[in-house]
Ligand binder design. Structure first.
Ligand SMILES: *[C@@H]1O[C@H](CO)[C@@H](O)[C@H](O)[C@H]1NC(C)=O
Ligand SMILES: *[C@@H]1O[C@H](CO)[C@@H](O)[C@H](O)[C@H]1NC(C)=O
Ligand SMILES: *[C@@H]1O[C@H](CO)[C@@H](O)[C@H](O)[C@H]1NC(C)=O
Length: 242
């Protein structure tokens, strides 16, 4: 019995770590049924040019466990590529999902880590993940997996919405199956993972609003200053009359 259990655990670990399978990842359905984040912009995950790409499909959240996510990840690395989910990349932690190649055998390796957002220290965790598939072709790593449940409102630095996370993309090195520090390549900023079009915005329209007349026009604080000077003058005049 105990022996059977041990074998089962070993089989599960082996499955998680080394499953090699055909993984096809395309841009098809980006912004329609899946949320895509990539660098360079609009790069082709099924092509041969450099492209660090992830897609997310969120199932409807079911309280209190949150939402299941289906993730695709593709990138170029002789070590690992990773996608991170965090409520706020400046505090707390990031759930990091790592698809890697063993530095010696070049076999596919899957890892989940908790990254401290201050300092970047990685700690192995047991984030519930299922249906892991991965493949390594030279330096191109492709993988897909499901994250059983996420709920941003439960995290430190709480989001008001269960499915609002910043998506981080990055790479790192491997030594055997061990992973080195995460090098951030892209931070999407907060996105609603449940909305595949949440980052489909016109780059021009999405630019932060700038004060078009910041040079010449009266600024709000200047108005306040003016008002207080005026009221001071009124008070002084009132005082001199009395
Ligand atoms: C997320 O967690 C919060 C706080 O624990 C809980 O109130 C809420 O119901 C959860 N939402 C989902 C969709 O699981
Ligand atoms: C993974 O997610 C996909 C898409 O939501 C779903 O069809 C599939 O059943 C899931 N697999 C597992 C093992 O949860
Ligand atoms: C974004 O807006 C600019 C200027 O309004 C326009 O020329 C461009 O075609 C738009 N791009 C998309 C993808 O809508």
């Amino acid at each position: 019995m105990e022996r059977g259990l041990t074998l089962l655990v070993a089989a599960l670990v082996a499955h998680l770590s080394f499953s090699n399978a055909q993984v096809e990842i395309t841009r098809s359905a980006c912004g329609v049924t899946k949320l895509c984040v990539e660098t360079p912009d609009d790069c082709a995950p099924d092509g041969t040019d450099n492209c660090l790409f992830t897609s997310v499909v969120a199932a409807a959240p079911v309280a209190p466990n949150g939402a299941m996510l289906s993730i695709e990840l593709r990138g170029d690395s002789s070590g690992y590529i990773a996608v991170g989910l965090t409520v706020d990349a400046t505090v707390g932690t990031t759930m990091l999902f790592i698809c890697a190649q063993n530095s010696a055998t070049k076999a596919f390796v899957f890892r989940t880590m908790t990254m401290n957002n201050i300092g970047g220290v990685l700690t192995a965790n047991s984030e519930p993940v299922s249906a892991v598939n991965g493949m390594v072709t030279g330096d191109v790593i492709k993988c897909e997996f499901n994250i059983t449940s996420v709920n941003a409102t439960r995290s430190r630095g709480r989001s008001s919405q269960a499915t609002t996370f910043s998506i981080l993309l990055g790479t790192g090195t491997t030594n055997g199956d061990n992973v080195g520090p995460f090098n951030l390549v892209l931070n999407s900023g907060p996105l609603d993972l449940a909305n595949p079009a949440s980052n489909v915005v016109n780059a021009t329209a999405a630019a932060p609003p700038t004060m078009p007349n910041s040079g010449g026009a009266v600024q709000p604080h200047a108005v306040l200053l003016l008002l207080s000077v005026l009221s001071l003058a009124v008070m002084l005049r009132g005082g001199s009359c009395g």
